[in-house]
Design a binder for this molecule. Structure first.
Ligand SMILES: Nc1ncnc2c1ncn2[C@@H]1O[C@H](COP(=O)(O)OP(=O)(O)OP(=O)(O)O)[C@@H](O)[C@H]1O
Ligand SMILES: [Mg+2]
Length: 459
C-alpha cells in the first residue's frame, strides 16, 4: 500500500514539475515573441546583462573558473530576463482567455474560442485575435457587454479576422470624454489656417484647411453638426491671419448670426442672397485663376499672392440644393467644388444626409474630408463613410467619425456655446479695429471697409 502511495507521489511530483516547465517555457515564448531586435533598447538590455555578469565573474573569481561559469550563467540570466519580459503578456493572455470562457462562448460540442495574439494598435488600443473554433461572430457581438466586463476594457468593435476562422476584438483602454471644450482643444493648433477636429483616443486631431481641401459635415438631427460648423469657423478665424468667410445658413441665418459683426465675414440667410453670393464666389475663383495663369503658380498662396484664403461654409445645404429648383446655386457650387482649391478657396458643407437627392454627386465627390456624426441607418452612414461606422457610434452628442483619406478615427468634437463665440468674435473684431489684423482684400460685395469703420466706432 505504501509502495503505491510512493509511486503516486512520484508521479504527481513529475507531473507538477512538467507542468511548471511547460508554463515557464510558455511565458518565455511570450517574452521571445515580444522581443524586438530592431529596437535599440533590446540590445542595450542584453549588453547590460552581459556587462554586469562579466564584472561580477571576472572581478571575484579566478580567470579559469570565471570562463567556465560565464556561458551557463549568461544562459540562465537571458532565460530569466525573457521570462520576466513575457510575464505581463502571458498573464494578460490568460485573463483574456478567462474572459472569453466567462462570457459563455463555446460551440455545441463544448469547444472554446482561443486567444491567438494580442496586438497593440497605437497607444490606447489593442486587437485581440481569437481563433473562433466554429463560434460565429454574431455570438461574440451578442456577448459584447460580458466581454467588456471580462476584459475590464471597452470593447470598441468586433470584426472578422483576416482568416475566416478568426475574429478580432478591438479593445480601448480608455473611453473618449462625452464633452470637450473648444478652448481645451484649440491650444493644440500649431499652424495657421487650421481648425480643431476633436479629441481622439490618441490625442487631439487638428487639420490644416489647405491640405483637406473641402469638408462635408453630416449626421442625423441633433448630433452636433451646427456646433461643429460654428467651432470650425471660429477656429479658422482665430488661427488664420488672412481669411474671409462666406457663410450660408438656410435656417434663416440663426446659426451664423454672431459672425455677421466681423469685417471679414459675409453671411447669407436666404436662397436669393445665397445664390448671388455663390455667383460672386465663382467669378472671384475665375479671377484668381487668371492671376495664377499670369504668375505661373499652381495654386494661390495667401502671403505670396496677397490674396485672402476664402472659406465658404454652408449649413443645412440640402435646403439650398435639395429641392432641385435652384439650378444656379447648384451649378455654382459644383464649379467651386471642382476648381476652388487651387484658387485658395475651400468649402465646408453641413447636411443631415449626404445623398444625391440633397447634394449632387459632383459636389459630394469633391468633399473629401468627412466629419460624420451619429447616423440612424447604416445606409446613410455608408453614403458618407463607405461603412456603417457612423451608425455604430454611441448616442453621445458631439461624437463623430473623422475621415480624411485613409485616416479614420472616432472623435469627440469641440463644444462651443453662444456666449463663448460672442466673446471670441468680439476679441477678433477689436483686433481689426486696432489694426492688429488686416486682410489683403475687401469682402466680395465690398462691405469690408464699412464693417471696419463700424467696429472702430463700436470700440
Ligand atoms: N461637441 C458637442 N459636445 C457636447 N454637446 C454637443 C456637441 N455638439 C452638439 N451638442 C449638443 O447637441 C445639441 C444639438 O447640436 P446641433 O444643433 O449642432 O445639432 P445638428 O446636428 O446641427 O442638428 P440639426 O440637424 O437638427 O440642425 C446642441 O444644442 C448641444 O447641446
Ligand atoms: Mg444644425
Amino acid at each position: 500500500m505504501s509502495k503505491v502511495k510512493t509511486g503516486e507521489g512520484l508521479e504527481n511530483y513529475v507531473l507538477t514539475l512538467l507542468h511548471c516547465l511547460a508554463s515557464i517555457s510558455r511565458v518565455c515564448w511570450f517574452g521571445v515573441r515580444k522581443l524586438d531586435f530592431k529596437n535599440l533598447n533590446t540590445w542595450s538590455c542584453l549588453l547590460l546583462i552581459n556587462g554586469l555578469l562579466m564584472i561580477v565573474l571576472f572581478g571575484t573569481l579566478h580567470y579559469q573558473r570565471a570562463v567556465e561559469l560565464y556561458f551557463p550563467l549568461l544562459g540562465v540570466l537571458v532565460v530569466l530576463a525573457v521570462f520576466a519580459y513575457g510575464c505581463k503578456d502571458f498573464s494578460r493572455h490568460v485573463a483574456f482567455q478567462k474572459a472569453i470562457a466567462r462570457a459563455g462562448l463555446r460551440t455545441a460540442t463544448g469547444e472554446q474560442p482561443q486567444v491567438q495574439a494580442i496586438v497593440p494598435i497605437g497607444v490606447q488600443r489593442v486587437k485581440v485575435i481569437v481563433e473562433t473554433c466554429g463560434v460565429g461572430i454574431n455570438k461574440f457581438k451578442a456577448q459584447q457587454d460580458s466581454l467588456t466586463a471580462g476584459f475590464r476594457q471597452k470593447v470598441e468593435d468586433i470584426v472578422s479576422g483576416k482568416d475566416m476562422g478568426q475574429v478580432e476584438i478591438i479593445l480601448c483602454a480608455r473611453d473618449l470624454p462625452s464633452m470637450v471644450s473648444f478652448h481645451e482643444l484649440y491650444s493644440h493648433i500649431k499652424e495657421p489656417y487650421a481648425f480643431v477636429v476633436g479629441q481622439s483616443i490618441n490625442g487631439v486631431v487638428t487639420q490644416k484647411m489647405q491640405s483637406l481641401p473641402h469638408l462635408l459635415i453630416s449626421g442625423a438631427t441633433g448630433g452636433g453638426k451646427s456646433v461643429f460648423f460654428r467651432a470650425t469657423m471660429l477656429a479658422l478665424l482665430k488661427s488664420s491671419p488672412h481669411i474671409q468667410l462666406y457663410l450660408l445658413d438656410m435656417k434663416r441665418g440663426v446659426e451664423v448670426k454672431e459672425f455677421t459683426a466681423l469685417p471679414n465675414v459675409r453671411t447669407a440667410a436666404d436662397e436669393t442672397e445665397a445664390t448671388s453670393m455663390l455667383a460672386a464666389l465663382v467669378a472671384e475663383m475665375h479671377r484668381r485663376y487668371e492671376i495664377l495663369a499670369h504668375s505661373g503658380h499652381k495654386s494661390i498662396n495667401p502671403v505670396r499672392d496677397k490674396l485672402d484664403l476664402l472659406v465658404v461654409g454652408i449649413d443645412e445645404a440640402a435646403a439650398l440644393f435639395g429641392r432641385g429648383t435652384n439650378a444656379t446655386a447648384g451649378n455654382c457650387m459644383g464649379e467651386l467644388a471642382r476648381l476652388a482649391r487651387a484658387a485658395g478657396m475651400h468649402l465646408i458643407v453641413a447636411t443631415q444626409k449626404p445623398v444625391k437627392e440633397a447634394i449632387s454627386t459632383e459636389i459630394l465627390d469633391n468633399l473629401t474630408g468627412r466629419m460624420t456624426f451619429k447616423m440612424i441607418s447604416s445606409a446613410a452612414s455608408n453614403v458618407a463613410l463607405g461603412g456603417n461606422y457612423a451608425q455604430k457610434l454611441p448616442a453621445i452628442k458631439g461624437r463623430a467619425v473623422w475621415c480624411n483619406g485613409s485616416e479614420r478615427r472616432q472623435v469627440q468634437a469641440p463644444f462651443v456655446d453662444d456666449e463663448l463665440i460672442e466673446a471670441e468674435l468680439e476679441v477678433i473684431s477689436q483686433e481689426f479695429a486696432a489694426g492688429l489684423r488686416q486682410n489683403f482684400n475687401a469682402l466680395l460685395g465690398g462691405t469690408f471697409n464699412a464693417k471696419i469703420s463700424q467696429a472702430k466706432k463700436h470700440a
